[in-house]
Design a protein around this ligand. Sequence first.
Ligand code: NAG
Ligand code: NAG
Ligand code: NAG
Ligand code: NAG
Ligand code: NAG
Ligand code: NAG
Ligand code: NAG
Ligand code: NAG
Ligand code: NAG
Ligand code: NAG
Ligand code: NAG
Ligand code: NAG
Length: 642
Amino acid sequence: MKVNGWLVNVVLAFRGALAAPSFLTTEETAVALISRALPNAPDGYAPKNVSCPAVRPTVRTAETLSSNETSWLQTRRKKTLSAMKDFFGHVKVGDLDVVGYLDKHANNVSSLPNVGIAVSGGGYRALMNGAGAIKAFDSRTDNASTSGHLGGLLQSATYVAGLSGGSWLLGSIYINNFTTVSSLQTTEPGSVWQFGNSILKGPDTGGIQLLDSASYYKDLADAVQSKVDAQYNTSLTDVWGRALSYQMFNASNGGIDYTWSSIAHTKEFIDGDYPMPLVVADGRKPGQKVIGSNSTVFEFNPWEFGTWDPSIFGFAPLEYLGSSFEGGSLPSNVSCVRGFDNAGFIIGTSSSLFNQFILQLNTTSLPNVLKEVFAKILGHLEQADDDIAIYDPNPFYQYHKETSPYALEPVLDVVDGGEDGQNIPLHPLIQPNRHVDVIFAVDSSADTNNWPNGTSLVATYERSLNTTGIGNGTAFPAIPDQNTFVNLGLNTRPTFFGCNSSNTTGHTPLIVYIPNAPYSALSNVSTFDLSYNDTQRDEIILNGYEVATMANSTRDMNWTACVGCAILSRSFERTNTALPSICTQCFSNYCWNGTTNSTEPNSYYPDSFMNVKIADNAGATLLMPAVLPVVMAVSVIFFGLI
Ligand SMILES: *[C@@H]1O[C@H](CO)[C@@H](O)[C@H](O)[C@H]1NC(C)=O
Ligand SMILES: *[C@@H]1O[C@H](CO)[C@@H](O)[C@H](O)[C@H]1NC(C)=O
Ligand SMILES: *[C@@H]1O[C@H](CO)[C@@H](O)[C@H](O)[C@H]1NC(C)=O
Ligand SMILES: *[C@@H]1O[C@H](CO)[C@@H](O)[C@H](O)[C@H]1NC(C)=O
Ligand SMILES: *[C@@H]1O[C@H](CO)[C@@H](O)[C@H](O)[C@H]1NC(C)=O
Ligand SMILES: *[C@@H]1O[C@H](CO)[C@@H](O)[C@H](O)[C@H]1NC(C)=O
Ligand SMILES: *[C@@H]1O[C@H](CO)[C@@H](O)[C@H](O)[C@H]1NC(C)=O
Ligand SMILES: *[C@@H]1O[C@H](CO)[C@@H](O)[C@H](O)[C@H]1NC(C)=O
Ligand SMILES: *[C@@H]1O[C@H](CO)[C@@H](O)[C@H](O)[C@H]1NC(C)=O
Ligand SMILES: *[C@@H]1O[C@H](CO)[C@@H](O)[C@H](O)[C@H]1NC(C)=O
Ligand SMILES: *[C@@H]1O[C@H](CO)[C@@H](O)[C@H](O)[C@H]1NC(C)=O
Ligand SMILES: *[C@@H]1O[C@H](CO)[C@@H](O)[C@H](O)[C@H]1NC(C)=O
């Protein structure tokens, strides 16, 4: 087995380079830990052989939902009913008695709305803008359940999906016991989201991590070394995931013992108290550089890792990832393995965008000489296939050999979920088995001047058109080209797609597209910007709140009613209920009506949609210049490149 000892050396070199006295402080205040998911890994970061359960774990085909999800849904859907009644307690839809409507159909849960939320990728920008939306949707946020706000939408949702930066948000919330965005962003010492300490520097010594940068890098290296020692292949994603954990999880030692599958064992999740989290990543075939739109899309749900795509079309039990499945079962002579699904490794996998650095390098304003340096270093990583997450052993080895391009690969390579262009994690939510009615799609993509322009929706739409191939039964509403998005302003305000379900085939969800846009802050900061002080962090989160609520409905007094209409629309169809007139008005305002204007637009520089002067966040430091000296030092030491 390939053992990446050099990688550990690189990490230690980073540590050496950064262990300057200015990074060290002596203040080490222990603060109380808040509760969180379960630290149930058998041996810290290293996967470990354990005895198998009575029924040996197997890979299952993707024809249906898992039995775990099916039974969990029965519990959850009852809870979403009461949450929706709370939500429609303050969100009025004209004079319709929505609570009465919900009560009337309560006996048949499948006639009631089934809500999904999707939070796109885009690094810290996506984490913060997405956090603003989730904060707005959360009934636990102060004032969120008052008129003009949208608190309770999160509690009404069945599913929440995250990808890349959006998966960091999900990880922060779920691994910390479904905590609130408000508590993650406190300014108390020891608060979780300390983005002023870049991930390259490590956590604040005033917090619970009790680390200086030197010990931080040693901890990262030790953890990855322990996986190497246990004879597992590692890649840069292991280091990245460990580092992210220190920023996202409120647990000592970067939450090293927390597994993603432990979410399924927490009491509140089992009781259906909150939505099911879904994290998305893409498959990469050996040697493949550009991840095309027909790449395999994987999901991590609390029980499983796998894909609905016709290629692999199977799911492996997440808790036993790392076990040597062959043709879908565990040979009798091999042991069960647990602890592979480290929570940081999962969110690191979804955000392993190192090869994107190469692809985007020449679009940055870096001087050419620096571009060359980076290209060499990143090229080296790429040659060593270290720009990906290595899932070794491949759980789908010898599985579905007729269709799977991965069946003969002993190692499965997985990359950032946004690399196929589908930067909003819609894929798990448009699976026909899940019957989702409406998806709130929060888009923080960096399409044009770091604002979104619909590219991600276009990618998902085009993929769904391949009905006999990769689309495999998914249905998605018609989406216009990006020029139309910009020309008609569909990316400057929420837009609904697929309002008229008779213009679609199959069970097509209504998409409520919520693009990042400037209200109280210029939230179009760079994906590669890795450091934000608390003021900038809170400004972007607040802007995300304004985006989702249309400035607490000051931009449109009917906005919350229109959200209500979007939620109820498919349910109304199932119960043959006439659309209230306010909804007709809403749909004429917010639904894309099929008009296109594909002429090339001017550059997109939107003005604030609130009458405020917005601060320029451009002062933030970029990753590349920030790490440059370190990367150069490392490259000299290890590769003799420059
Ligand atoms: C998780 O949060 C819930 C709801 O706030 C709380 O009741 C529960 O005690 C917490 N779980 C743990 C393990 O502390
Ligand atoms: C998932 O379902 C299987 C089969 O019913 C069961 O054995 C397993 O314990 C469930 N997993 C969890 C985490 O509940
Ligand atoms: C994916 O699409 C590209 C072109 O768009 C094609 O070259 C490639 O063969 C396709 N892969 C599969 C598995 O269909
Ligand atoms: C980017 O530009 C550098 C310097 O001009 C060049 O060496 C490199 O090949 C380019 N890389 C790509 C991916 O185009
Ligand atoms: C939209 O974004 C894509 C990148 O995602 C870019 O290539 C394209 O030029 C943009 N188009 C417009 C009209 O902004
Ligand atoms: C449809 O998907 C299949 C793979 O599932 C691929 O081979 C084919 O090229 C795709 N067709 C189009 C038009 O994208
Ligand atoms: C999805 O793909 C699987 C595996 O190839 C196939 O059995 C199934 O019929 C497909 N479903 C649809 C709706 O096309
Ligand atoms: C919207 O509500 C949030 C949270 O209550 C508040 O901080 C913000 O100032 C409000 N914005 C406007 C435009 O009213
Ligand atoms: C809000 O809805 C009411 C009732 O349908 C309508 O009269 C009014 O014009 C709407 N306001 C806006 C700004 O659309
Ligand atoms: C469709 O929307 C466009 C603006 O997006 C508007 O100009 C046009 O009048 C609308 N058409 C209909 C039939 O409502
Ligand atoms: C209706 O469906 C057709 C065919 O898919 C599509 O071209 C058109 O844009 C759709 N109209 C709307 C409003 O979605
Ligand atoms: C936060 O960063 C911004 C932009 O770099 C800067 O203007 C501001 O002074 C900083 N605030 C604090 C409290 O450091």
